[in-house]
Ligand binder design. Structure first.
Ligand code: HEC
Length: 388
């Protein structure tokens, strides 16, 4: 179902060019459009693919997601935006584009940038995903040291950075070109009044309007209309989840966080640990074997606001880490990760050893948690008293 509207958009875009494909060769704006719409088709094809467990097992938590998101962001959002700028700015200034050549250079540099960005990331995603899962013939993990899987993909990240740089240079070329375009033209402040003089602008006569023009040509109407449609879908999904208590699986031994743990979670967010670490062991043998013990259950997260499952593993999952190492290990690791894990790319956090935690807000934090349904009663107050 998800795929239908997105592919509808893509096919609509590509089929609009039926019969005029030769124009794409000459018009850089159309080139941007074609690559943009194609990237859109790819990105939205991958989304539903993730619902297949075998694909999700490899893609989730790896660079696959990064590749996917950037096909969308750089290819679709970026290129369609560039096309719009190149189309609009000359018309806003009643002139033609300053340099067609620069526009073409931008197109090629941008397209290469996307390729140098997303191909290494897909490669990296599959490499990482497959390495995590690989067992030897004896039935043990082939790469038990997580760091090996991170080091394997580092060269791909360097190529990706190069791709990003290419893409960004293209943007600067565009800005220069549009700036020069604006300078050589004259800004049309009141388009409606000057319209008759601007024969270049195509304004269809009202009788040619199709019935759906009334919404397509009015941004506010379009916005409200699409919002209503999205809200209907969201409400149908959300209301049953929130209104049926038994939908929230609780586990008796799972207790709300202590104030110190709450502060710890905030620190974890502040320092960006969740950009590199996940806290969700998935129900696969390769994961329970690697991280030890049970896979993560939904009921373990009922007091997490926000949850910290993470979206990508540059470092290992931390959900089952408690008790794996003595405290002294963590102490040293935080100060100098490379001393405990040679070749680690985790940054050091020396300031954590000097800065004091400020407990002023902890009472408010607990109140906020209570508002979100976390059952702090005497427990919270008692813990607060201990802390003060
Ligand atoms: C740039 C990515 C990155 C960031 C940010 C990061 N880590 Fe790591 N972390 C790693 C990598 C890679 C490893 C594996 C190598 C190692 O042990 O140093 C790791 C390992 C760990 C381990 C040991 C896990 C194990 O099973 O051996 C802990 C604990 C840890 N990190 C905690 C943190 C905390 C807490 C923060 C935030 C303050 C943090 N990390 C931020 C990348 C990162």
């Amino acid at each position: 179902m998800l795929i239908a509207p997105s592919w509808g958009g893509m096919l609509n875009g590509l089929l609009t060019l039926r019969g005029v494909w030769d124009k794409v060769r000459e018009d850089a704006i159309l080139k941007f459009l074609v690559v943009g719409v194609t990237a859109y088709g790819m990105a939205t094809f991958e989304g539903p693919m993730l619902s297949l467990k075998d694909i999700n097992a490899i893609a989730h938590f790896t660079d696959w997601v990064v590749a996917h998101a950037h096909t969308g962001a750089l290819g679709w959002n970026g290129f369609i935006t560039f096309a719009m700028f190149y189309w609009m700015i000359p018309r806003m200034y009643n002139t033609t584009i300053y340099s067609k050549k620069l526009m073409n250079i931008h197109f090629w540099i941008g397209t290469l940038g996307i390729l140098f960005y997303v191909i290494p990331m897909y490669w990296s995603g599959f490499t990482q995903g497959l390495m995590w899962k690989e067992f030897t013939a004896e039935g043990v993990l082939k790469y038990p040291n997580f760091l090996q899987t991170t080091q394997e993909i580092l060269p791909l990240h360097i190529i990706r950075a190069f791709g990003g740089l290419l893409y960004l240079s293209g943007v600067f070329i565009m800005v220069y070109n549009l700036w020069k375009t604006a300078l050589q033209g004259r800004f049309i402040a009141n388009e409606a009044a000057e319209a008759p003089a601007l024969a270049k602008i195509y304004i269809p006569s009202p009788e040619k309007y199709a019935w759906h023009r009334w919404i397509e040509r009015k941004p506010v109407q379009m916005l409200i209309g699409s919002l209503v449609v999205i809200l209907i879908g969201s409400i149908i999904e959300l209301v049953p989840t929130f209104s049926i208590r038994s939908n929230v699986p609780t586990i008796a031994s799972v207790k709300p966080y202590t104030p110190l743990e709450l502060e710890g979670r905030d620190l974890y967010i502040r320092e960006g640990c969740n950009n590199c670490h996940s806290q969700m062991v998935r129900p696969f043998r390769s994961e329970t074997e690697r991280y030890g013990g049970e896979y993560s259950k939904a009921g373990e997260f009922v007091y997490d606001h926000p949850f910290l499952w993470g979206s990508k593993r540059t470092g290992p999952d931390l959900h089952r880490l408690g008790g794996k190492y003595p405290n002294s290990w963590h102490y040293t690791h935080m100060l100098d990760p490379q001393s405990m894990a040679p070749g680690s790319i985790m940054p050091a956090y020396p300031w954590l050893f000097e800065n004091k935690i400020n407990f002023v807000a902890v009472e408010e934090k607990i109140k906020a948690m209570q508002k979100l349904g976390v059952p702090y009663i005497f427990f919270g107050i008692a813990a607060l008293l201990i802390l003060k």
